[in-house]
Structures are given as structure tokens and as C-alpha cells.
Design a protein around this ligand. Structure first.
Ligand SMILES: Cc1cc2nc3c(=O)[nH]c(=O)nc-3n(C[C@H](O)[C@H](O)[C@H](O)COP(=O)(O)OP(=O)(O)OC[C@H]3O[C@@H](n4cnc5c(N)ncnc54)[C@H](O)[C@@H]3O)c2cc1C
Length: 388
């Protein structure tokens, strides 16, 4: 797997060329489908290799059908994680209630399960490696979205012409900024910030267990697996905070400001915050665009319709989006405009439902903003009426 700037040899140029920006779930799945449709595919990824880390991806519903059509479902099921119990805790570590356990890898293919993010990336990468041209350590710096094609200039000074461009470059999408002139305009701020770090197994909780502890405006969460622990801390902020995303010390200070003095397992969690810089800190946000395409450019996954980590569905949505886009292009092989309209018309209602639920119920259940929201959540926990 390429881990540094690399351009593999060009493929025979007898098919239309398409460019994909971003090599994560949306980009790799789109690359898979575009090769299936007969396009010559180039993938440009700003990182030196696949970007690893993060919490597991939910595999359920249409995602299972998509992975089945991609011929990957057996490989995914072979890596499925054991079911994980989910417990809401109070300060004294008493269990207030829980969520039904996800179905296990042994259940029929209709069940729901999880897979580590890196395992799914590897499966997707293996399916397209050798069939696409990779440009790691590179990104698009300029593009002209013309009636006959998209002309692109890359950060290494080279240029290329493509029939179509797919922006699969995440919630801070470069393609969205360049093709739609839209950086921040589509960002829907959900009212909080989160910290995530994956560490080796901590002993803070048993394997295959998630635990969550909330006070008004602050939530601490642990996910335990056989070999690792996710440490997640989230706090509410009515307005956005002006911080430098490169300044890890500043982000650590923000976490301490909100979590110092809290009980439960928070002091042990904060020790991990202080230990290393390899953490993820970001605002909870969604991308809500008026349209997911313009001319010959279409967005897939977080770039066009990020549902936020609160939804727990970002990876699945990217796979579903790539599958729907491919289906639309298959139906309209000579009319990308009609295909892009079909893709969006079919998927948008589902995206909006997931986004709405995450922004309302999801936030209230996982990150209660104040005392009354916390009490309402705890009543639901006691009644066994939590639905996430
Ligand atoms: C390292 C990492 C860890 C994550 N961890 C979690 C998590 O713990 N929980 C969660 O809910 N979600 C997480 N996410 C987000 C989650 O992967 C996405 O919500 C979901 O998978 C949708 O995938 P995507 O391909 O649309 O976007 P992403 O997974 O965000 O991938 C976007 C890709 O585009 C690349 N890219 C960015 N800018 C450019 C550019 N200018 N040019 C070329 N390429 C570019 C990025 O490097 C990345 O590989 C994580 C994402 C990353 C990259």
C-alpha cells in the first residue's frame, strides 16, 4: 500500500477518465463502482497513505445490501466485532440502564454489526488496488468545471482533464470549496465539540462494553474492545469556539476546562488526554447543501451530506451514497446530469431523516445540554425507551 507521495503508472486511456478526491469510505467505494462501470479512475488523496484510526463502523440495512453487491460482505463479516453492551452510568458507576445489544457476527446477514474502521478501509482498498491510479500526498488546487469535462490542476503542479469529478474528501471538502465556492456555508453546527482518542486496552471497562456518563453539557464515553479502548469526551457550546485545529495544546486545555473536577472515570480518561497528541478534536457538525452536484462534479459521503459522528452512520452513508451514485450512472450512462439528479432525489430524504434524528434525539440522548434534558433522558433510560 502506498504510504508516500506516489503516482502509479497510467492505465490504458481507452475509457473516459474520472477523478475522485479522497481515499476513505466514500472515495474507495466510488472508485470501486466507477471501475465496474468501465471508467478509468484516478484517486487523489492529500494524506501520504490511507488515513487510519477512529471508532468502528456500523454495518446494517442498506449497507449490507451494498457490500453484498460489491462482493465484500463475507470479508466484512469475517472481521465483524463481537456484540457490545451499552450502559448509561451515574457518578458512582451504577448502571442507570442500557441499549439492546447489537446482533452478533453469527446472526443472519440481516443483522447489525460493527467492524473496525481500518479493517473496512483495507477491504475496500484491496478491491480497487491495481485497478486505479493513486495520487497520494497530493490534492486539487484549481479546477474548471466545463460543459465537456473538468480540468484540474494538482498541488504538485501537474494537470489533468476528466469527464467527471467526485468530491469524496470529507466534511471539510476541498472539492466542495473549489467547485461550489462553499466552504463553511453548508456547515450546520450542532452545538458542541468532541474529543476522541483510541488507546491500547485500558482496563477501565470490560471488553465489548460501552459506557457513558453525562452531567449537564458534558459527556464522557468509553468503548471497550479486546485490544483497545476508545476515549471520547464531548461538551456543549452554544456558539462556535475560535481555536486553531493544529494547536493540540489549546484543544487539551479546552477539554480540561470542561472536564476537570468531574467524577466517574473522567480523571483516568484525562490522563490519556495529556499523554499524546494523536487525538481527534472537532466540532459536532453536519453538511447540509442545497444541491450535491454542479455541472460535472458530484459530492459523495461527508463532503456532501455529513450526518455527524453523533449519527454513528457516516461510514455506512458513504457506502450507500457511492452505491446509489453508481446505480444512477448505470441508468443514465450518457447523461451525467440526469444521473446526479436521480442520485440526489433518491438519497436525500434518507440523509435528511438521519441528520434530523442526530441533531435532535441523538444530541439529547448522548450529550444532554442542561439539567432538564438530562432528567428527560434519564427518565427514558429508566423506562427502557432509549432509541438511537
Ligand atoms: C482518520 C479519520 C478518523 C475518523 N474517525 C471517526 C470516528 O471515530 N467516528 C466517526 O463517526 N467518524 C470518523 N471519521 C469520519 C468518518 O470516516 C466519515 O464520517 C465517514 O467515513 C464518511 O467517509 P468519507 O469518505 O465521506 O469521509 P472521510 O472518512 O472524512 O474521508 C475523507 C478523505 O478525504 C481526504 N481529504 C481531505 N482533504 C483532501 C484534499 N484536499 N484532497 C484530497 N483528499 C482529501 C482525507 O484525508 C480522507 O482520507 C473519521 C475520519 C477520518 C479521516
Amino acid at each position: 500500500m502506498p504510504q508516500s507521495t506516489s503516482v502509479s503508472p497510467p492505465l490504458p486511456s481507452d475509457r473516459p477518465a474520472v477523478l475522485i478526491s479522497g481515499a476513505s469510505f466514500a472515495g474507495l467505494a466510488t472508485a470501486f463502482w466507477m471501475t465496474q462501470l468501465g471508467y478509468r479512475v484516478t484517486v487523489v488523496e492529500t494524506a501520504a497513505g490511507l488515513r487510519r484510526g477512529g471508532t468502528p463502523v456500523d454495518i446494517e440495512g442498506e449497507t449490507i445490501q451494498v457490500l453484498t453487491r460489491m462482493g465484500m460482505i463475507d470479508a466484512v463479516r469475517a472481521k465483524a466485532l463481537p456484540p457490545r453492551d451499552f450502559e448509561f452510568k451515574d457518578e458512582a458507576d451504577r448502571t442507570l440502564g442500557g441499549l439492546p445489544t447489537a446482533s452478533s457476527a453469527d446472526e443472519p446477514a440481516t443483522g447489525r454489526y460493527e467492524i473496525h474502521r481500518d479493517d473496512l478501509l483495507d477491504i475496500l482498498f484491496a478491491a480497487v488496488d491495481g485497478a486505479v491510479e493513486w495520487r497520494f500526498g497530493c490534492s486539487i488546487v484549481d479546477l474548471v468545471n466545463g460543459p465537456e469535462g473538468v480540468s484540474v490542476t494538482f498541488s504538485d503542479g501537474t494537470a489533468g482533464d476528466y469527464a467527471l469529478l467526485f468530491g469524496c474528501d470529507g466534511s471539510r471538502s476541498n472539492t466542495r470549496a473549489l467547485a461550489f465556492g462553499d466552504g463553511e456555508a453548508s456547515v450546520f453546527y450542532m452545538g458542541g465539540y468532541f474529543y476522541l482518542r483510541v488507546v491500547a486496552e485500558t482496563g477501565l471497562l470490560p471488553a465489548n462494553r460501552s459506557q457513558i456518563f453525562s452531567v449537564p453539557g458534558r459527556t464522557a464515553m468509553l468503548n471497550g474492545y479486546d485490544d483497545r479502548t476508545d476515549i471520547a469526551l464531548a461538551f456543549r457550546s452554544a456558539t462556535q469556539i475560535d481555536y486553531d485545529y493544529r494547536d493540540k495544546a489549546q484543544q487539551r486545555r479546552l477539554i480540561h476546562q470542561h472536564f476537570d473536577g468531574l467524577g466517574w472515570k473522567v480523571p483516568e480518561m484525562l490522563a490519556h488526554v495529556d499523554a499524546e497528541d494523536d487525538f481527534y478534536f472537532d466540532r459536532a457538525s453536519q453538511i447540509r447543501m442545497a444541491s450535491w452536484s454542479t455541472g460535472r462534479v458530484a459530492l459523495v459521503g461527508d463532503a456532501g451530506y455529513c450526518v455527524s459522528p453523533v449519527a454513528g452512520f457516516g461510514g455506512s452513508m458513504a457506502l450507500i451514497g457511492a452505491g446509489r451514485l453508481a446505480y444512477a450512472l448505470r441508468r443514465h450512462p450518457d447523461d451525467h446530469g440526469a444521473a446526479f439528479r436521480d442520485y440526489e432525489a433518491g438519497l436525500r430524504p434518507f440523509v435528511e431523516t438521519v441528520q434530523e434524528k442526530a441533531a435532535t434525539t441523538g444530541m439529547a440522548m448522548l450529550f444532554p445540554a442542561d439539567e432538564s434534558e438530562l432528567e428527560a433522558r434519564d427518565r427514558k433510560i429508566s423506562a427502557g425507551a432509549i432509541d438511537l
